[in-house]
Design a protein around this ligand. Structure first.
Ligand SMILES: [Zn+2]
Length: 106
């Protein structure tokens, strides 16, 4: 694990403990998903990115792709592939992961 980055803490799939994101890549806790609070990460790993689809969200139109645990297949959230609104461009390439789907590891 240590060679991948910050070994002090990470987030893993709540279902199977597959590590999926580092604490150091956490950008924001102020997102919302269907199940409740969601986190934005700059990077995630051990995930499968699903098919792209256009989706109208509260803040505008996006192309998003569902993301899934590479081990157990649980849906974790989504990746922003493209933002149509200029002020939302910073979200492109970022990952939104539902808090209910992950557990913090130390
Ligand atoms: Zn899993």
């Amino acid at each position: 694990m240590a060679e991948l980055g910050d070994p002090s803490s990470s987030y893993s799939c709540r279902n199977c403990q597959n590590p999926i994101a580092f604490r150091s890549d956490l950008l924001s806790k102020n997102y919302k998903a269907k199940s409740g609070p969601a986190f934005m990460f700059s990077h995630a790993f051990n995930i499968i990115v699903g098919q792209k689809q256009d989706r109208e969200l509260l803040t505008g139109m996006y192309t998003v792709a569902g993301i899934y645990c590479s081990n157990c297949g649980q849906e974790l959230g989504w990746k922003y592939v493209k933002a149509y609104e200029v002020i939302q461009k910073f979200k492109e390439g970022k990952f939104i992961i539902e808090r209910a789907k992950i557990a913090k590891e130390y």
